[in-house]
Design a protein around this ligand. Structure first.
Ligand SMILES: O=P(O)(O)OC[C@H]1O[C@H](O)[C@H](O)[C@@H](O)[C@@H]1O
Length: 301
């Protein structure tokens, strides 16, 4: 059944390699596809007809393994350091399409016997996606629907397609300190642009003043000579909810890591950079009934 809202997006059910999905079209001419498994946007095609997200040609669509590419949602654990599977369970859970709300298509994930078995808290996630001609906004709201507080991490693990990642630069983070996951978590201050000429796996930190929340991260070498502009704190957050400072993870697996990942071609690293707004530097506490909103505004221009 197709769901439509006046002057908003149009949504039609579809499938991606056998997995249930929703295809969202905007009046501005852009469109995207969101696979319900993982709440994962696997395609964003801008109004010029250019695909802007990267999905690995070896990605697995078996409804068990996380999809390698697009924008999988990471919650409530980032990485392997914790009691849960690597990157938590949101990217391997089946989300529900809620419908169109204002200009946004909304998906949700709530606790279930499966999530309770490994993380015994009551929660609701809402993912609101708003399309624009040259990009999209994602807003992930985390709500504590239980009677006790919990701690979590969350991340919008966005794989942006590049014509060539080799030598691509990421600007906007100069002066921001980062945790280098490849150097025993050493904390370093970024000087100048990040150059993708080796494996990069870094958490750029939110400072007490909010940086890099105010930073626009620009990655060069998107198709057609475009840049990727990611404002890590400027999506369509619910107005009553104050956005919190976010971190941003920059990741490119480069040669050896690509070769070690079974669902990525050996040269897969050449085709994307991940710019991942998140709350991942430590744990974020959420008291009962409280909410947290993680947003990104992505433009390819
Ligand atoms: O292979 P995955 O579990 O999907 O993780 C892919 C990558 O995600 C993030 O970018 C982390 O910072 C990396 O350390 C990790 O390698």
């Amino acid at each position: 059944m197709a769901a439509t809202a006046a002057a908003a997006c149009t949504v039609e059910p579809t499938t991606v390699n056998g997995l249930a999905a929703q295809r969202i079209s905007s009046p501005s001419g852009s469109s995207c596809t969101v696979v319900e498994f993982g709440g994962c946007m696997t395609s964003f095609v801008d109004a010029t007809g250019q695909e802007r997200l990267y999905v690995s040609p070896s990605a697995v669509f078996d409804g068990k393994k996380a999809i390698r590419g697009g924008v999988p949602i990471i919650f409530p654990q980032f990485g392997p350091d914790g009691p849960l599977p690597n990157h938590g369970f949101a990217r391997t859970s089946t989300w529900r399409f809620e419908g169109v709300r204002g200009p946004a298509a909304v998906f949700s994930l709530s606790d279930s016997p499966d999530t309770r078995a490994i993380w015994d808290f009551s929660f609701r996630l809402e993912l609101a996606i708003t399309l624009h001609a040259a990009g999209f906004d994602s807003a992930l709201t985390v709500v504590n629907t239980g009677a006790e507080g919990f701690e979590f991490q969350a991340l919008l693990h966005s794989y942006h397609a590049l014509e060539s990642a080799e030598g691509a630069t990421v600007s906007g983070l100069a002066g921001v300190s980062f945790v280098d996951k490849l150097a025993a978590a050493a904390v370093v201050v970024q000087e100048g642009d990040i150059v993708i000429d080796r494996e990069v796996d870094r958490i750029y930190r939110a400072s007490p003043t909010g940086a890099p929340a105010e930073a626009v991260v620009v990655a060069k070498r998107s198709a057609g000579g475009k840049s990727i502009h990611v404002d890590v704190d400027a999506g369509e957050a619910a107005p009553e909810l104050a956005p919190a400072p976010h971190e941003v993870v920059i990741w490119n697996p480069w040669v050896d890591k690509s070769a070690s990942l079974g669902d990525l071609p050996d040269d897969g690293y050449k085709s994307f950079v991940c710019v991942e707004p998140g709350r991942v530097d430590g744990l974020h506490g959420l008291r009962p009934e409280a909410s947290f909103v993680l947003t990104q505004r992505v433009r390819y221009e």
